[in-house]
Design a protein. Sequence first.
Length: 152
Amino acid sequence: MKTLILLLSVLLLVTSCEMAQNTLTQEEVEQAILAKERMALDRWSAGDPAGFASVFADDVTYFDDIGASARLEGLEEVQAYLASLEGQIPVHDYEIVDHMVQVYDDIAISTMQYHGSVDGQAGPPWKATDVYRLINGEWKMVHGHWSLVKIQ
């Protein structure tokens, strides 16, 4: 009987945690995703490309226009790629432009432009799509795709 009560208590706790997560407003999810984006980009702009992976899920996939033109699969592969960029990303300032988050239950899609500058000199603008999934109560990036904005 004690085992049954314990089991039911755990089930109730898990269910109530999931329900509490489902009651987050669109704005709260947007703020959580933007905070994750800023956390990763703060590391990137500090010249720490490997730190950019701090928000990635274990099964992340990733593309970019630097050296990941073929899909990278899994956290280890993405971390190795980002580590290879060590010393190549200058410390810089950045601005997130036109950020938007679309939320679909436990999936959130973040789109934005990234404008970096070094000593007031603007670098090329980037556009990004990052897909997040709610995993054990935490938003983790499961896919990232970064490409240069084509200037015409």
